[in-house]
Design a protein around this ligand. Sequence first.
Ligand SMILES: Nc1ncnc2c1ncn2[C@@H]1O[C@H](COP(=O)(O)OP(=O)(O)OP(=O)(O)O)[C@@H](O)[C@H]1O
Length: 315
Amino acid sequence: MLSFENVCFSYGEAKALDGVSLALKKGELLTLLGPSGCGKTTTLQIAGGFLFPDSGRVMLDGRDVSALPPEKRPTATVFQSHALFPHMSVEENVAYGLRVRGTPRAERLRRAAEMLERVGLDGYLKSRVQDLSGGQQQRVALARALILNPRVLLLDEPLSSLDARLRVRMRAEIRSLQKAFGITALYVTHDQEEALSISDRVALMQGGRLVQVGTPEEVYFSPHGDFAADFIGDAFPVTLEGRRQLLRPDQIVVAADGPLVGTLVSRAFLGASTDWVIDWQGQTLRASVPSAAEPAREIGGEVRFAILPSRDRNA
Ligand SMILES: Nc1ncnc2c1ncn2[C@@H]1O[C@H](COP(=O)(O)OP(=O)(O)OP(=O)(O)O)[C@@H](O)[C@H]1O
């Protein structure tokens, strides 16, 4: 479908991508995940034809598209800012790409209306985009991309301008639209929860390279190295029975009859859960305690807990 073959790219002297090889399967949603500056957006822009590789190739349906500009590629991009035209109505925004392609007016408006119905915005055809909510604008941006019938949909942090609640709702909507259309999608985010919840596979990046590519469960339960374990799931290192291990906060279970005894160093209330930092034999542990079941404890007081075995299949 879409693949990157040993793609390298530099902005002047600064190397942004250092040999990225990745193949998307037909109909899958693959997420590029990683910290700021790791090269996610650069990879997406190379897929969309906004940037061209210094070396390596981008293949789409078996064809080398490395040198093609965006309008010559069967891709469509949804940007972080939505990039909608504020002076145009919703239907004009959605029909825009068809207008550029020379589709007759009656047909493009018919298809725009159809697409807006599919994203749940029928009734808003004549609205001005600035009168819509953030979530509705997001759906207009999706409809505008999907109407072009792209082979691959590219999404660059499409939810980052929305508030936290709407982000959670819209990621489910994007996922269900992507499945309903059966479209292959490349999605960029720096939010690990978003990546785990929305993806068929996650590609974790660091410093312009791919660290690990796998299903959400694979990258969570079998991280390749400390960076992956820490970035996806906040793992921390502990020495247990003379062996270094990576634990996650949900493996530390605070319980009155726990076999291990430590000292509570600090706690941070997060709502549904409360993060505890526990000192245990000079080692620092982090526990995620369900707030409803949080025992009353003084900072500096004794804490009893158990450690759940790791589900890491490589451990
Ligand atoms: N236009 C540019 N000119 C120079 N350097 C750039 C430019 N755009 C990006 N870079 C650099 O290239 C590297 C990769 O950037 P990129 O935007 O792909 O990362 P990212 O993972 O998408 O980060 P973010 O999540 O912050 O958007 C970074 O070190 C960044 O500083």
